[in-house]
Design a binder for this molecule. Sequence first.
Ligand code: HEM
Length: 357
Amino acid sequence: MAFKHFSSLVLLTLASQAVRGAVMKRATCADGRTTANAACCVLFPILDDIQEALFDGAECGEEVHESLRLTFHDAIGFSPTKGGGGADGSIVTFDEIETAFHANGGIDDIVDAQKPFIARHNISAGDFIQFAGAVGVSNCPGAPRLNFLLGRPPATAASPNGLIPEPFDTVTDILARMGDAGFSPEEVVALLASHSVAAADHVDETIPGTPFDSTPGEFDSQFFIETQLRGTAFPGVGGNQGEVESPLAGEIRIQSDHDLARDSRTACEWQSFVNNQAKLQSAFKAAMDKLATLGQDRSKLIDCSDVIPVPKPLQSKAHFPAGLTMNNIEQACASTPFPALTADPGPVTTVPPVPPS
Ligand code: HEM
């Protein structure tokens, strides 16, 4: 008995020493903040600078949306057969070439906004793009805390044209392109949770800042709900390439989201995110981790994920926008019924644009 107590005591002491050891290994940076690896200390001044001067005081606004889009447009320039360095910053380093690609319409705004930050900090363009994306997303309530790995070397060449999906591409073409870059259809759907914090400036040039869902400042499943509602009208002039009718005034729907929500290869995965914040977060985090390191040698990168702020939890519940019900859902998943949701009270929802900053 006494021996048993003694051995538990030894084990306890050893365990607490191990915990202390692990805690003590954390590096304390110049400003007193700690991180698992001293090499990550360089990121704290960059974090403060972008939260203040790029994201207007840690908002989930236009620059966050654009920075998230940029993570994709840099990274997806990667193909085992056609070339491209993936998440290497080539969209900034070779911006004169890449921002001219049709699929990169409007991306020059955020490239120009990010360039001075890259210039005044000691960080590669590839690292900065993914860091700004991860920090930016953390400003959106409901988002997962994305991983961030540091150490991408400078890009050596521009990506070839034609690797970025367009809103008028077919589901077959989108899944093939994304598959070529290493993503399953399920991961493609998970990545599109990004369109929950998104707006379009250039699909219909007459209505810049038109959101993809009614809550562009929150990382929630409203995007997956609202893309499943029957489209009834265009928010602007209509007739634009890659645009289809949306269910709400002030909301835009791109053809690829509409089709992916209804295609038998992706519809059930799409629906699975409705009112499932835990899955939305974990699947998006995993897919973004893969996206952020496309074309990179992960063994050479340092895990600085603990520098990324912890996002606030979501306050609102999944719902039908006011004035709409289950009768407006175009059920596409054959095997599982659409989740039961309540509608917001009040007059029919009109979605305001995301303000420019
Ligand atoms: C299937 C592939 C995809 C297509 C066809 C697509 C297409 C588009 C289009 C047409 C826009 C509007 C751009 C504008 O007019 O300003 C947009 C915006 C956006 N996309 Fe995607 N996208 C895709 C996948 C992704 C992925 C994987 C991400 C991120 C991981 C992403 C993040 C965003 C964000 C955050 C915006 C909003 C930008 C803003 O508000 O300024 N997209 N996307």
